[in-house]
Unconditional design. Structure first.
Length: 396
């Protein structure tokens, strides 16, 4: 083992050693009194004991020169990290007390990595199969205080964190690659809780694992246009865009629209927690009688499960030859009983309704003798509302 990094004031932070996108978690929170998943290595009941009480595991040994090791897992466990909580409940006043964890332990414990807190003001990283001395780091351990311990091995890099702070990093050129997990006690009584082993090379489970790791990718549960749709009105898309809703909260991705045999169109997208709406930019239009495709990519759920590449195709309707008609509104052609005060009110205005969705056009309001009034128009799908600007009124 070679030390490559050292930090005495814990001023340097790193990312958590437990990687949220791992698919397997083995967990024991000791809420039941069963210990079937654990065994004492070379148990000697005369000098050591382990038990569970009040939701914590307790290990005890007060025999100078001996270490008690409580183990779980198999020699085949690999590519994992370990986190747990530990508290020195009682120390040996005449001999040095220590506690911690082991990783990648062989069944005979000839080889393993040890991560220990020692009651002499140090924390250590050691390899039991190596003749090298343990790497020591300053850390004061108090009786009765809970400590959060995390240990990780990635490639040949070994890390040890205490209470979320990095203690040190070591490199082993002859790295161990698999093995069991153990809890360690020497000359002490120590409480342990919330053991969590996280990685790709372990089974998902454990007695404390009362949740299911999400391995299901998000899906599209509804869309304003279905895959394979035909006779789609391009005017509706230009007014309202295309929206998709997902089965769960997502990390945003990318969305694009293009003719199947053409270039990508300019769009903007509005992403929400479980929805995306894509709208065409102002200078873009869809053609009649044309096939288009929407491609959604890079979307994942909050634990990283990717939406599989999603391609939606649709075909717009053929251009119709029947012109839209005015079918209603708050005035009619030739009406001679129009109240000029009422219709001059900007809260009322003049409304016209059409037989179908329309694109905005141009209009003007003027008297029969040609005087043009200044107005503004608000276009909706089948309606336009005309309001007179300030200072403009209809006259009796």
């Amino acid at each position: 083992l070679n030390i490559i990094w050292f930090n005495t004031d814990f001023s340097v932070g790193t990312d958590s050693l437990l990687y949220s996108l791992f698919k397997s978690v083995w967990k024991d929170d000791f809420q039941d009194v069963g210990t079937d998943e654990w065994e004492i290595y070379q148990a000697d009941p005369e000098i050591e004991k382990w038990w569970v009480e009040e939701g914590v595991a307790v290990g005890e040994i007060f025999q100078p020169g001996y270490v008690s090791l409580w183990m779980t897992g198999t020699e085949g466990w690999s590519d994992y990290s370990v986190s747990l909580r530990a508290r020195l409940e009682q120390e040996d006043s005449e001999h040095l007390s220590s506690f911690g964890l082991t990783m990648y332990s062989s069944d005979n414990n000839v080889s393993a990595y040890q991560f220990l807190l020692i009651r002499n003001g140090t924390a250590t990283i050691a390899k039991s199969s190596s003749s090298a001395l343990p790497l020591e780091y300053p850390f004061e351990v108090e009786v009765g205080t809970w400590y959060d311990l995390e240990a990780s091995i990635k490639e040949n890099r070994i890390e040890f964190h205490i209470n979320g702070q990095p203690v040190g990093v070591a490199v082993d050129e002859d790295i161990l690659t698999a093995g069991r997990v153990g809890l360690v006690v020497s000359n002490a009584r120590v409480q342990f809780d919330d053991v969590e082993i996280t990685g790709d090379g372990i089974p998902h489970g454990g007695p404390g694992n009362n949740y299911v790791v999400d391995q299901e990718a998000p899906t599209i549960v509804s869309a304003s246009i279905l895959d394979g749709a035909i006779d789609v009105d391009p005017i509706t898309i230009q007014h309202s865009g295309i929206s998709f809703e997902f089965s769960e909260e997502i990390n945003f991705g990318n969305i694009e629209l293009k003719p199947i045999n053409g270039d990508v169109l300019g769009v903007e997208s509005e992403w929400e927690s479980q929805k995306v709406t894509m709208t065409l930019l102002a200078d873009e239009t869809l053609d009649y009688g044309t096939s288009y495709q929407v491609n959604i990519s890079g979307v994942s759920d909050k634990v990283g499960n990717l939406l599989s590449g999603h391609l939606i195709t649709f075909t717009t309707m053929e251009r119709e030859t029947i012109a839209p008609k005015i079918t209603g509104g708050n005035i009619t052609n030739g009406d001679t009983s129009v109240d000029p005060i009422y219709f001059s009110d900007p809260q009322t205005g003049i409304t016209l309704e059409f037989s179908e969705d329309i694109l905005p056009g141009s209009l003007e309001l003027k008297s029969v003798d040609g005087e043009l009034l200044v107005t503004e128009a608000q276009w909706e799908q089948k309606r336009v509302t005309i309001t007179l600007l300030a200072g403009q009124t209809l006259v009796f």
